[in-house]
Ligand binder design. Structure first.
Ligand SMILES: Nc1ncnc2c1ncn2[C@@H]1O[C@H](COP(=O)(O)OP(=O)(O)OP(=O)(O)O)[C@@H](O)[C@H]1O
Length: 276
């Protein structure tokens, strides 16, 4: 496939476009259907960083899982660069809150896992893992046991494992939720720096509005039952983004208040719906 150039022209952007078209999806819960997504339409441009926020149960993870081919929509389609997703696409990787590292493997062997699954040669794997361990500042720990690392270091291993596969779409489900506030802030900035170097398309699910604003080009707000997009807000803060923007940027505060009001409405509506 052709490589795409970035807006800034500073890096090779490798992201694919993601298109959700007329998706309706329900799960059977007990003996009745739960409408997880209804009339769900969304276009994400190549190399865009898009966050999805919304009340619990509104369908964020379902949308993410469909992009990774883990859930097949009952009607409608998800397309990556125009190609319908029917199985787990090679170009797509996941990153979750729980890092899902294998405790019996060393740090390096965890970073190489996805490359091994793809059949990359030992020498190439080694080269790639050296590079990524360096990029996440863990080269000294290459031969360490996973169990000896802090939670923040473990998540850096997971990030290296994810990005070492040169994904063109990265699907992230609350990836920093298990970290303490300080480590989380550091990792947000570090992840942005790594993302800016290669610019895969990112779909990022979070409950944290500030995190969504700080990282994203767009923040989508979903409402529940049925799960649908109710707001799509473009975040025009300059890049590179810095943590100080949370405090110093009036524009940041504006986005925050706008989204917080909308989210409050969506959460209240979800609660009313749940008590029906
Ligand atoms: N495998 C499943 N079987 C039955 N119902 C499911 C299944 N997966 C999701 N659901 C239901 O579909 C709806 C959407 O779930 P989903 O996990 O996508 O929401 P979410 O927005 O990611 O929630 P949270 O923020 O709590 O993680 C919820 O009502 C959930 O209970």
């Amino acid at each position: 496939m052709t490589m795409l150039s970035t807006d800034s022209g500073t890096a090779t952007a490798r992201g694919l476009s993601v298109e959700f078209q007329d998706i309706h999806h329900s799960f059977i819960h007990g003996d009745r259907p739960v409408r997880a997504l209804e009339n769900f339409n969304l276009s994400i441009a190549p190399s865009e960083f898009v966050s999805i926020v919304g009340p619990s149960g509104c369908g964020k993870t379902t949308a993410l899982s469909m992009t990774g081919g883990l859930v097949r929509p009952r009607t409608g389609s998800v397309r990556l660069d125009g190609q319908e997703v029917t199985a787990s696409p090679e170009d797509v990787t996941f990153l979750f809150a729980r890092d899902a590292l294998l405790p019996w493997r060393t740090v390096r062997a965890n970073v190489e896992l996805g490359l091994e699954v793809r059949g990359m040669s030992r020498a190439e794997r080694r080269e790639r893992s050296d590079e990524w361990l360096h990029r996440v500042r863990l080269e000294e720990f290459a031969d360490s046991d996973i169990t000896h690392l802090s939670q923040g270091m473990r998540q850096r291993v997971a990030i290296a494992r994810t990005l070492a596969q040169s994904p063109r779409v990265v699907l992230m489900d609350e990836p920093f939720a298990a970290l303490d506030a300080q480590t989380r802030a550091i990792q947000q900035e570090e992840f942005l720096r790594l993302w800016e170097a290669e610019r895969p398309t990112v779909i990022f699910v979070t409950h944290d509005l500030e995190e969504a604003i700080l990282l994203s080009d767009r923040v989508l707000l979903m409402a529940s039952r049925p799960g649908r997009v109710v707001a799509d807000i473009r975040i025009d803060l300059e890049r590179p983004r810095r943590q100080e923007m949370r405090i110093s940027s009036e524009q940041f505060h504006g986005y925050y208040h706008q989204l917080a009001d909308l989210l409050k409405d969506a959460v209240q509506a979800a609660e009313v719906e749940r008590t029906k």
